[in-house]
Design a protein around this ligand. Structure first.
Ligand code: PXP
Length: 236
């Protein structure tokens, strides 16, 4: 049975829009845990557009399930991770201008640096995952740098037009099979929602999904009636 990592970044996005103290991602993390999440995932971005430094230790104190910290492979973030010691770090590429993570980490072009980066985190007993595109080159490179896991980028599948979806799904399948064969713990994520997750059931090699935006978006709609009723009660 695959595990679900719930990404709470966009709860913090809503909070940061107004720089207020709600909605609180710590409460969201706790509620996600109570609702069956197997892991809480959050991305501490260089521009701190959603999750803030101070959220991380509070989330860690609030939950009993593992924290998966997504971060860029920078010296600042390495020091942060070593200080806060999440159970898992997922290294992702990061560009300031992007709306969300675009594409996987180019591990193959950065072997030496990433080998040392991954090694330092592993020495501190932090499980290290690399967020990569579903290619043989990136999976083999992830093995060369000593990662524990790969998280396969599902964005191309999610964004593909209908006719191309089977091809993109097959790329994820092939990548998951190879990664499993090489001994990786295999995760997947990005762009997954309540519809496009269904065809992934056949890829039994995937052990974990990290999903954020669609859960936050769905929560707005399923919680909408109650939220309006409660405000109506107060206005009256
Ligand atoms: N996995 C990784 C590595 C990501 O960077 C993200 C987005 O932060 C996700 C999963 C979740 O993507 P989404 O919000 O589209 O579900």
């Amino acid at each position: 049975m695959p595990l679900l990592g719930v990404n709470i970044d966009h709860v913090a996005t809503l909070r940061q829009l107004r720089k207020v103290n709600y909605p609180d991602p710590i409460i969201a993390a706790k509620l996600a845990q109570d609702s069956g999440a197997d892991q809480i995932t959050c991305h501490l971005r260089e521009d701190r557009r959603h999750i803030q430094d101070a959220d991380i230790p509070k989330i860690q104190s609030a939950i009993a399930i593992p924290l998966n910290l997504e971060m860029a492979a920078t010296a600042e973030m390495k020091a942060f991770a070593i200080h806060h010691h999440p159970q898992k770090v997922t290294l992702v590429p990061e560009k300031r201008q992007e709306l969300t993570t675009e594409g996987g980490l180019d591990v193959a072009s950065d072997l030496e640096r990433l080998r040392s980066f991954v090694g330092e985190l592993k020495k501190k007993k932090i499980h290290v995952a690399l967020f990569i595109d579903p290619t043989v080159e990136q999976i083999e490179a992830s093995q060369q740098v000593g990662a524990d896991s790969v998280e396969i980028h599902t964005g191309n599948y999610c964004d593909a037009v209908l006719e191309r979806k089977p091809f993109e799904l097959d790329r994820v399948l092939q990548a998951a099979c190879l990664a499993k064969k090489l001994g990786f713990y295999v995760a997947a994520g990005h762009g997954l929602n309540y519809e496009n997750i269904l065809p992934f059931k056949k890829i039994t090699e995937i052990q974990e999904y990290n999903i954020g935006h669609s859960i936050v978006a769905h929560a707005v709609i399923v919680g909408w009636e109650r939220a309006v009723r409660e405000m109506k009660g107060l206005v009256r």
